[in-house]
Design a protein around this ligand. Structure first.
Ligand code: ADP
Length: 454
């Protein structure tokens, strides 16, 4: 007879590739039902836009099917997008994640990326909103084919809905063809009005298409709500001129996480001979993201169909879903959703440290948001490694032999994993443990000493 423990033990072999943990530890396995040899359960992911959903489903199915006595396995993939911490305490209580989309300069295709990503995410079943805050060229109403003035419901504007995306544009606040000349306070006010004065309802992702460069709208947004992060759109030559980098730095100074960089107008493929031409050079954004240690989320080719469909109010991901360009937008949408998940899953209970410092190779100091400072000796950290080769994941017993860890061991590198963990590289070559903030706080040596003293 198989029991729930057998099924869960088997499912521990299935990892979420973005969160680097198994689906049981992540609490993804729900509604487990066993009826003789028939097993059914849900795998509740952190986004319906997960690019490896089918792969994980197959792995879960296979892992359980291999158990002796199992005759049938039914896996249902579900998703519940986790919210950014603190967003529920703002006027955007129904919105789970706000994602800013910025660029160094205008005309790089930022709004086109925003619109196609919104539609691609909505296609996966996510609840998506798009706020066009590009005061210099609000083009979203054209790209989504609805330009009428928004209606009011009580004292809030009702967003338009196109292709399953709820959207609002600063351009809709100004009637007709009047020019938009925004000064600082006006830009601030317009953002507040379109962000908080709109009845967005329940949303998994609210994408905000920002004006190019840096300015009042960016600052207002970063100061008004906790953002899940920002996506930077650039062209190859834009990165060469380091314009996008200024925008990226601005987000970093305002403590907004960078979800990744996208390269638009990356290359052109001749429609007649099929030859590829890297018109603006190639790989600039990929190289920049590598040196900045920011994820590179994909490249979009130059394709006149992108512009044509955008002008007709029907983004290419919907109008021609089988094109390379549509595929690129979908891949980027999956990447953005994954990056948001990395930042929202797992870390909710313990907030990220305010500082992590390697005081010397044998000592790491972490200061927590409540100002408590924890100091960890390198060997102590190594002995408390939570990875599967150091701890039996099922029983929780330590596998590591302390005698095998030299007193002289050092921490040679520290890497931040999303907003929930640190990874240490030790001088013995070990670096597979992800130290969740909750784990680090739990093993804080002075707190443990206090506890032991009663
Ligand atoms: P931004 O928001 O950065 O100012 P837009 O998204 O408005 O830029 O794009 C500027 C113009 O370039 C639009 O006409 C758009 O249709 C076109 N465009 C954007 N990306 C591509 C692409 N990959 N291939 C062809 N045309 C594109």
């Amino acid at each position: 007879m198989i029991g729930p423990d057998d099924v869960l033990a088997a499912l521990r072999s299935v990892q979420d590739p973005d969160l680097h943990r198994d689906i049981v530890a992540l609490g993804f396995v729900r509604n487990l039902k066993i009826d003789g040899g028939r097993v059914a359960f849900d795998v509740n992911l952190t986004t319906p836009a997960c690019p490896v959903k089918e792969k994980m489903k197959g792995e879960a199915q296979e892992a359980v099917r291999r158990l002796p006595g199992v005759s049938e396995v039914k896996v249902t993939m579900t998703a519940e997008v986790r919210p950014t911490a603190g967003l529920d305490k703002t006027a955007l209580a129904g919105v789970r994640n706000v994602v800013a989309i910025g660029s160094g300069k205008g005309g790089v295709g930022k709004s086109t990326v925003a619109v196609n990503l919104a539609c691609a995410l909505a296609q996966t079943g996510a609840r998506v909103g798009l706020l066009d805050a590009d005061i210099y060229g609000p083009s979203v109403p054209i790209m989504l084919g609805k330009r009428s003035q928004p209606e009011m419901r009580g004292d809030r504007m009702v967003p338009h809905v196109a292709h399953g995306v709820r959207f609002m544009s600063m351009g809709l606040l100004v009637p007709g063809d009047q020019p938009l000349i925004w000064r600082g306070p006006m830009a601030h006010g317009a953002l507040q009005k379109t962000l908080f004065g709109v009845d967005w309802g329940e949303l998994d992702y609210l994408l905000v298409d920002l004006p190019p460069g840096t300015g009042d709208v960016h600052l207002t947004l970063a100061q008004s709500v906790p953002l899940a992060g920002a996506l930077i759109v650039s062209t190859p030559q834009d990165v060469g001129l380091t314009i996008s980098m200024k925008t990226l730095r601005m987000f970093q100074t305002t403590k907004v996480a960078i979800l990744g960089i996208v390269e638009n107008m990356s290359h052109w493929t001749c429609t007649h001979c099929g030859e590829r031409d890297d018109i603006f050079g190639y790989g600039g954004a990929r190289a920049a993201s590598a040196s900045l240690k920011v994820p590179f989320l994909g490249e979009i080719p130059i394709d006149s169909r992108i512009r044509r469909h955008a002008d007709q109010g029907s983004p290419i991901v919907l109008a021609e879903p089988s094109t390379k360009a549509a595929e690129a937008y979908r891949q980027i949408a999956g990447g953005v959703a994954a990056e948001v998940s990395i930042r929202t899953a797992g870390g909710a209970s313990v907030e990220a440290p305010t500082s992590v410092e390697r005081k010397d190779p044998a000592l790491v100091r972490i200061v927590w948001p409540d100002t408590h400072a924890s100091e960890y000796a390198a060997r102590y950290l190594r002995l408390n490694c939570p990875c599967a080769s150091c701890v039996d994941e099922w029983t929780g017993t330590k596998r590591l032999d302390p005698a095998a860890i030299p007193a002289s061991i050092t921490v040679d590198g520290i890497e931040t994993i999303g907003q929930y963990a640190l990874r240490f590289s030790f001088s013995d070559g070990h670096s597979s443990g992800l130290y969740a903030y909750g784990h680090l706080r739990k093993i804080c040596p002075c707190c443990q000493a206090k506890q032991a003293a009663g």
